[in-house]
Design a protein around this ligand. Structure first.
Ligand code: UGA
Length: 453
């Protein structure tokens, strides 16, 4: 008989994991303390935008394979394996991970564990957390030492969450026992059969793999943004540089897109949490590296703002700026720690008249930044603008016609904060173009433009 599974915490990670497990053929119960969220999920509705997740959710809530509850006793009675997928936000003081939700979930679950079972952490936690949770579980659970703990980090990307769950690059499991390994091999058998690597480690390594992976990705982005600073100082071109080094298979071309830097609910907080943990552990080298990664990333936002100010002759106050993008990256409505919204808000604070347009994240953006104006179309956002800033590289912006947009703005000035547009084409349509790590391009007067009076 297949093991029955619970997923504790039904945010981005938990909801996708629960639906993915149901798709893999397991009976799953998802639990959250947020009754409203649970009611939505139980109806097959997904409270955030994620391609393909709604369909999975509807299929498996309808078939009964996927259920939801707010009751820990019910989850404990039902499942043999409990995946822990609650959030680990950044704490206010030193950037360390705030583990209150992890601890609360363990404390709420453990007293109901009356038979042998496996608890599997998926949340991103500081190394050493799992070892501490083992003691907590064993002391609080009536089933005592027959309750085991494993750690199984998750690498899904927003916007690709379903695919990353059903077809991951690798599966990493940190275990303390052969039984735990056997159970997790059973859970992921279908995926492993298709050739996905399955790596078995101790608990500490599994915890570290996750923070190391996100920190490496962040380092790659900050590295190229540091190169962008040098390109600007020397007249080099960072996009050509990235392409050239990316051809080296040891470096690879991905995550070398210079611009306004990384944001979102994971990379920024994970870098800071890892730095805080490295400091506690005496890992000064790692802590110093991660401090620089964070500093370069935040500087990328300052530099894009400086570029805007410079383009406008030194003053943002009183100028109308169209900000294209609010989400932290395209194809999501997530605005957590979004560089786009941060830059937009800072331009507004400096006195600019900022209008933001995002094809999907305007609602979330308006909640996060009620002081900003949000337009309902690209055209209305750019109409009358003194400057257009592209800060999230949505396809709609890549496909936009620079000649048409040039007729709507007051002055065709572009800051491409993501290096996403065809600068030659925009310059040919009359736009002056600035972008991180690139030389400025002057706008050409288009052949069919009416002659200046
Ligand atoms: C990231 C990781 O990629 C996932 O593997 C991980 O599972 C996830 O965090 C997590 O810990 O949950 P995600 O936050 O969805 O996924 O977004 P990414 O695609 O990694 O992008 C992060 C940020 O980096 C975005 O703001 C993006 O615009 C920026 N970025 C990305 C760049 O500035 N340049 C690049 O070349 C690539």
């Amino acid at each position: 008989m297949k093991p029955k599974i619970s997923v504790l915490g039904t945010g981005y990670l938990g909801a996708t994991h629960a639906a993915g497990l149901a798709e893999m053929g397991f009976e799953v119960i998802g639990l959250d303390v947020d009754a409203e969220k649970i009611a939505k999920l139980a109806r097959g509705e997904v409270p955030f935008h994620e391609p393909g997740l709604g369909a999975l959710m509807r299929t498996h809530t309808a078939s009964g394979r996927l259920r939801f509850t707010t009751d820990y006793a019910q989850a404990a009675a039902f499942a043999d394996i409990h995946f822990l997928a609650v959030g680990t936000p950044q704490s206010a003081d030193d950037g360390a991970a705030d583990l209150r939700y992890v601890d609360a979930a363990i404390d709420a679950l453990a007293p109901h564990l009356t038979r042998p079972c496996l608890v599997v952490g998926k949340s991103t936690v500081p190394v050493g957390t799992a070892a501490r949770l083992v003691d907590r579980l064993v002391s609080l659970a009536p089933a005592g030492g027959t309750v085991d703990l494993a750690w199984n980090p998750e690498f899904l990307r927003e916007g690709h969450a379903v695919d990353d769950t059903l077809r991951p690059d690798r599966i990493v499991v940190g275990v303390r026992s052969d039984i735990a390994e056997k159970l997790l091999r059973e859970v992921y058998a279908g995926i492993v059969e298709r050739g996905t690597p399955f790596l078995v480690t101790d608990l500490a390594t599994a915890e570290l793999v996750k923070t190391a992976a996100n920190s490496f990705l962040a380092t790659k982005i900050s590295f190229i943004n540091a190169m962008a600073e040098l390109c600007e100082a020397t007249g080099g071109d960072v996009t050509t540089l990235a392409r050239a080094i990316g051809h080296d298979a040891r470096i690879g071309p991905r995550f070398l897109n210079a611009g306004v830097g990384f944001g979102g609910g994971c990379l920024p907080k994970d870098v800071r949490a890892f730095r805080a943990r490295a400091r506690q552990l005496g890992g000064e080298g790692a802590a110093a590296l991660l401090s620089q990664v964070d500093a370069i990333n935040l500087r990328a936002r300052d530099r894009v703002l400086d570029m805007a100010r410079d383009t406008l002759g030194g003053e943002l106050a009183g100028r109308r700026i169209a900000v294209l993008g609010a989400a932290f990256k395209p194809d999501t409505d997530d605005v957590r720690d979004s560089p786009a919204l941060d830059v937009a808000a800072r331009a507004a604070r400096a006195g600019a008249e900022v209008v933001v347009y995002d094809p999907m994240a305007a609602g979330a953006g308006a909640v996060a930044r009620p002081e900003l104006d949000f337009a309902t179309s690209l055209e209305s956002a750019v109409t009358g603008a003194d400057l257009v800033m592209l800060l999230t590289e949505w396809e709609e912006f890549r496909l936009a016609d620079p000649r048409r947009l040039a007729t709507l703005v007051r002055t065709p000035r572009l800051v491409d904060g993501r290096n996403a547009l065809d600068h030659q084409a925009w310059a040919a349509a009359g736009w002056s173009v600035r972008a991180p790590g690139r030389a400025p391009l002057a706008g050409q007067i288009p052949f069919d433009a009416p002659e200046a009076a």
